[in-house]
Design a protein around this ligand. Structure first.
Ligand code: ZN
Length: 134
């Protein structure tokens, strides 16, 4: 087994793990528990977060074009829609969002949760019971 180096920056650690296997450092690993608030986009695939802008899809190498998403997600138990979220998409449908855009989205959702921001629109959604189709 190899000895895990000390990392000074996240970038240094990312670069290390891109060329090393965790299997070689298994003895140094430990079980950790943490809570994660994941804001899935209920209107489509969750975008992959990019740290640096790329002209090409990291997964399929197709050109990326700028798109505008509507992001519908659950925020502390209720639905919230965020429109005009800038993102990038390839011809195969892989969707990417810049990390700073995702930070803005998380910031907006936190402000919404604390009622520190006023929605531009309130939507009313029809609700049914499945039994109504019988
Ligand atoms: Zn792609």
């Amino acid at each position: 087994m190899s000895k895990l180096p000390e990392f000074k920056t996240i970038a240094e650690e990312v670069a290390f793990w891109e060329s090393h296997s965790t299997a070689d450092y298994w003895d140094e690993s430990e079980i950790v528990h943490f809570d994660v608030d994941v804001y899935h986009n209920l209107l489509g695939d969750d975008p992959t977060i990019l740290l640096e802008k790329s002209d090409y899809c990291p997964r399929c190498q197709q050109s990326l074009v700028h798109v505008s998403l509507e992001y519908l997600t659950q925020n502390h138990g209720h639905l919230v829609s965020v429109r005009d979220v800038p993102a990038y998409q390839c011809d195969k449908g892989h969707i990417y969002m810049m990390a700073e855009t995702f930070d803005l989205l998380l910031d907006l959702l936190e402000k919404e949760n604390q009622q520190r921001i006023i929605p531009v629109e309130i939507l009313h959604v029809p609700v049914f019971h499945l039994q109504q189709s019988f």
